[in-house]
Every structure is written in C-alpha cells, then in structure tokens.
Design a binder for this molecule. Structure first.
Ligand code: CA
Length: 226
C-alpha cells in the first residue's frame, strides 16, 4: 500500500528514539512529536496513516490530543499507557482509540498491533472500486454515479463489478458469463449483451464508459482517452 507514515508522540526521548529506529528498520516513515501541541501541529501539516500516542505528555495529554484529532479524522490511534493508567483505558477506548499498549512493551507486540491496523486499512480500500464518477461498494452491493445511487439487479451489478475490477482491460463475453452467471450456465453469450445494454441505460451518460470491443467483449474505458 505504499509508504506508511506513523506519527509517534512520545516525550521520553530514549524510548522515542528506540521506537523510531525499530519502526524505520521495518520500513515505516516516522514523524516524531515531543508533546501534545507539536502532535496536533505535525498532524495538520503531514499525511499520517497511524498515530502512536503516549498518554502522559507535556502541554496536552494523549487523551486530549486523541479527542481533538477525532473531531476531524478517523486515523487509527494506538495509545501507550503506563501500567497504573489501565483503568483509564475504558475512557480512552470510548473516545475512539483503536488499540492500546501498556508500557513497557516488547517491540514485537507493537509491530503486531500496527500490522492488524494496516490489514484493516487495506481491506477498507479494497471494499470500494472507483472509476471516473462510478463507485461500487462491494460490501453494501451499492453503485453510485457521483453521489447518486443507481439501482442494479444482481446480474447487472455482477457485470459492472467484473468490468470495474480491472478497468481498461478487455473482458470477453465468455469470461463475463463464467464470472457472473457461472460455468454451468446453459445459454447464449448474447445474454451478456442484453445486460450490458440495460446497464448502460441505467448509468445514463456514464454508460459510454462501457465500451464494446467488436468480436470480443467489453471494457471499461473513457472514450476521451482514445
Ligand atoms: Ca510520557
């Protein structure tokens, strides 16, 4: 998923430098903030994928930082707390923290928590397919053109899904039949043409994005690029 940037908020310099070195070694980009105020400033100024946030900090404490960030962002936050603060963790989780680690922790434990969040982010990205103004939400079985929802039958949805999975790649009628109707389908391949026609109608102007490749099948492509 490309570069993954972690904002590390920790006032204890030796711990911060240890975590920073270990995370950098694992290939993460690290931005280090030494107090709550700097955390908010650096968060505003940089694209951040995850925040590793100490609870006890100068200027603003971790929970204040988390609350402020939550007002404008859903970025994952892992809170680091001392053992005697664990009773406060329930409060922390209520304010939208994603996870917490009790100090002292093994660095492997931290890596494991980060990987869980990375996998979750990757899944969320894969749930939505987009092409030009089209958005297809796999989990919700929903298609939108810009912000307007378009109602498709399951087969129409299936055809559009197949085309949106790999835009600009030609799909043969046979391949579409196999994926959407299944290998056992006993019928003619022109059933695909019938569904593509209704799909194009429902997509109105954006129907032009589904282009016919004569003698082969269909492709999702913007006409203006040819
Ligand atoms: Ca601290």
């Amino acid at each position: 998923m490309g570069e993954f940037t972690i904002l590390l908020v920790e006032d204890e310099e030796s711990l911060a430098s240890f975590i920073q070195t270990e995370l950098a070694f694992e290939g993460y980009q690290i931005i280090w903030a030494k107090d709550g105020q700097e955390a908010l400033e650096l968060f505003e100024a940089n694209p951040v994928d995850l925040i590793l946030l100490d609870w006890m900090l100068p200027k603003y404490d971790g929970i204040t930082v988390a609350r402020r960030i939550r007002k404008e962002s859903a970025v994952p936050i892992i809170m680091m707390t001392a053992r005697n603060q664990t009773t406060d963790i329930v409060l922390g989780l209520d304010t939208g923290l994603d996870d917490y680690l009790t100090k002292p922790f093994e660095i492997e434990e931290l890596f494991a928590r980060i990987r869980v969040i990375e996998r979750r982010l990757t899944k969320q990205e894969k749930r939505l397919l987009t092409y030009q103004k089209l958005t297809l939400d796999i989990a919700k079985h929903q298609v939108k053109v810009a912000d307007e929802e378009i109602y498709l039958t399951p087969k129409e949805f299936g055809v559009l899904y197949e085309l949106m999975k790999t835009p600009e790649e030609v799909k043969s009628r046979d391949a579409l039949l196999d994926s959407v109707w299944g290998y056992d389908f006993l019928g003619q391949t022109n059933v695909v043409d019938v569904y593509v026609r209704t799909l194009r109608n429902k997509l109105a102007d954006n129907g032009r994005l589904i282009q016919t490749v004569r003698g082969v099948g269909y492709v999702l492509r913007d006409a203006h690029e040819n």
